[in-house]
Design a protein around this ligand. Sequence first.
Ligand SMILES: NC(=O)c1ccc[n+]([C@@H]2O[C@H](COP(=O)([O-])OP(=O)(O)OC[C@H]3O[C@@H](n4cnc5c(N)ncnc54)[C@H](OP(=O)(O)O)[C@@H]3O)[C@@H](O)[C@H]2O)c1
Length: 314
Amino acid sequence: MKIFIAGASGAIGSQLVPQLVARGHEVVGTTRSAAKTGALRALGAEPVIVDALDPDSVADAVAKAEPEVIVHQLTALSGPPDFRHAKRMAAATNRLRTEGTDHLLAAARAVGVRKFVAQSNAAWMERTGGPVADENGRIEPNPPADVESAVAALRHLEDAVTGISWAEGIALRYGGFYGPGTGIEAVPDAVMAEQIRKRKFPIVGGGGGVWSLVHITDAASATVAAIERGKPGIYHVADDEPAPVRDWLPELARALGARPPRRVPAWLVRLLAGKAVVDMMTQARGISSEKAKRELGWTLRYPSWRTGFIEGLG
Ligand SMILES: NC(=O)c1ccc[n+]([C@@H]2O[C@H](COP(=O)([O-])OP(=O)(O)OC[C@H]3O[C@@H](n4cnc5c(N)ncnc54)[C@H](OP(=O)(O)O)[C@@H]3O)[C@@H](O)[C@H]2O)c1
């Protein structure tokens, strides 16, 4: 198939391109930067420079590529997390998930794309129910005020993509990425690994928030499976071991050769960094990916972060 990846130069895009090319697909991949076109070509994609927030730029690139499938992997999450300014940190990604999605959908419709696959995120599953949500679970309807716009942007993306009738629309709710290119990896200056080494990523309160994680190579292989075999709707994409922060974070620190994470009371973090971080660290729910395994035949290289942290950080 001819596949257009918006955001091909990002953490997941750069794993996805070579996996698709290895399976015989033709890939056109976007970046904003002329300096990254060589790297995209080396991965096997035909590079195209696109500003995803400019509808003409998007329409033009898609019309020229004439793809059968569009994959939306646009985010703007590079750099160290700044939880004290959660709204500012999320603003660019929110625009990519709202306006960016709409521009891509319009361009897709204009050229008769038959499948549209987009990146969503499992971090804000509704905070009621058991520790693990399946695809019937909703995104939290009443999130803390500091992430309201970010959660609304996720909802917009999911509703817009799964609501189309002129093509198959699929939203992939990914768990938290780790591994090469994600910042949680064993290379010098990896952003999140540095935070963990500097003990700036603490266990908050009891650390009972359940996170689902996924190695980036598995996130990419699930995306390939969704492109090739997915049906319209939502699929969860994470490993088989959703776990509370208090369990997985010390293991990650150990794998990175860092000292154990600090423990910080929830009230203090709420004061310093806002409610959303406390919520994520104490109330988050994990996800089950049984549907992706059952319907797409997806198998994971790292079914548990326990082995992924030891063997898969690069
Ligand atoms: N589920 C998860 O855990 C999850 C999900 C997403 C990201 N992350 C993390 O967030 C960090 C940053 O992610 P990342 O490395 O993928 O980088 P990123 O900065 O989020 O960029 C992702 C992609 O979006 C493109 N992009 C951004 N703004 C654009 C715009 N206005 N127009 C066109 N393209 C645009 C980038 O292209 P350019 O080449 O133009 O920059 C890139 O291809 C990583 O640590 C990653 O692991 C985690």
